[in-house]
Design a protein around this ligand. Structure first.
Ligand code: SF4
Length: 340
């Protein structure tokens, strides 16, 4: 047996701020472990990122007390994985197994850096069909290079003992045997600990959202992906004009402003000249026909655009000439042919 004094043992916990990861952290803190939490922010998070991590994780840290929170942003490396995940996708575009592997690998790097001894996660056996069955949990451990070093306190008694349990750093008897999709055991435990106002478990990742997944598939089929493209996917109505050209049209003032902030050099920006209406951003290689189609789509969403002509401006960003086109709006049925 490795002799390590219990009070000095450190662990790294993956903390989304949801109920499961918060409870897992609580169970470990109760055993006198010094916990360092990591909160991952991916380009597909629906949380509200703050400087120190997502709002839910910051709240959880405050509730738990006595732990340090580190925020890690997942960028281009994560996008490459989403484009080509070794273990495939779930029901949407969610590559959950590969996603967990990347996160646990990064947690492992942090663990070694700070001299921690193991990783803690809020995973529950059988809760998620893709990534939380026994085989998937074993794959995640093996491919993250951390076999035996991942402790899942909520389901630990149903899993083979991990190194922290075998070494006696953690008392296995005080861990749990929760399984399946029901959240009742966790809710009971939360009540016992006085944990309230935890976020809904269904939210969190846009890759599981059917509408977003459809737009993501379209993007991947037609171009490389950048973080800017992903941000654009989160806004507005999307239209595929040609394989090499698409249009995004804002749905409200806030989206119009955000679209303008995301517009890149060489994007074409469309807007109403004399009435109220949305901003459209054309991206890719728009020829004259694509520009004509874009203005008539944008016109459709302008005041008076349902039954008349609308004057639409177009210009190549950032400082190209402004063109002015008087156009009839595209009929609704035709618009649907382009809608992604
Ligand atoms: S739902 Fe999204 S964030 Fe969660 S494991 Fe799957 S891909 Fe990762």
């Amino acid at each position: 047996m490795v002799s390590v004094r219990k009070t000095k043992i450190k662990a790294v916990g993956l903390l989304s701020g949801g109920l499961d990861s918060t409870l897992a952290a609580k169970l470990i803190l109760e055993q006198g472990i010094e916990l360092y939490a990591i909160n991952f922010i991916s380009p597909f998070c629906t949380c509200t990122p703050k400087k120190a991590g997502c709002a839910a994780a910051i709240t959880a840290v405050k509730k738990l007390g006595g732990i340090t929170l580190k925020r890690i942003s997942l960028g281009d490396e994560y996008l490459r994985m989403v484009r080509n995940p070794k273990h495939g996708y779930g029901s949407g575009m969610n590559p959950c197994i590969d996603c967990r592997i990347i996160k646990i690998q990064k947690a492992g790097e942090y663990m070694r850096k700070i001299g921690a001894s193991f990783i803690v996660t809020g995973e529950v056996l059988g809760q998620r069909p893709m990534s939380q069955h026994r085989t998937a949990l074993r794959i995640i451990e093996r491919e993250s290079g951390l076999e035996g070093l991942i402790l899942r306190p909520l389901s630990a008694k149903l899993l083979s003992p991990s190194i922290p349990e075998k070494e006696g750093w953690i008392d296995r008897e005080r861990l749990l045997e929760i399984t399946g999709r029901s959240r009742k055991p966790q809710m009971g435990l939360a009540a016992k600990y006085g944990i309230v106002d935890y976020p809904c478990p269904a939210g969190g990742c846009l890759l599981t959202d059917p509408g977003f997944a459809r737009r993501m598939r379209d993007l991947m089929a037609h171009s490389e992906i950048t973080l800017n493209d992903i941000d654009l996917l989160k806004l507005g109505r999307h239209f595929r004009l040609m394989p090499q050209a698409k249009l995004v049209v804002g749905r409200n003032k806030e989206e119009n402003e955000r679209l303008l902030r995301l517009a890149k050099r060489d994007d074409v920006c469309f807007g109403p000249a004399e009435v109220k209406g949305p901003i459209g951003i054309g991206r890719g290689h728009l020829d004259q026909e694509d520009i004509q189609e874009s203005v008539s789509i944008v016109a459709r969403y302008c005041d008076g655009g349902m039954d008349g002509t609308v004057k639409i401006t177009n210009r190549i960003l950032p400082d190209g000439k402004i063109g002015m086109i008087l156009t009839e709006s595209m009929p609704y049925d035709e618009i649907q042919r382009y809608r992604i």
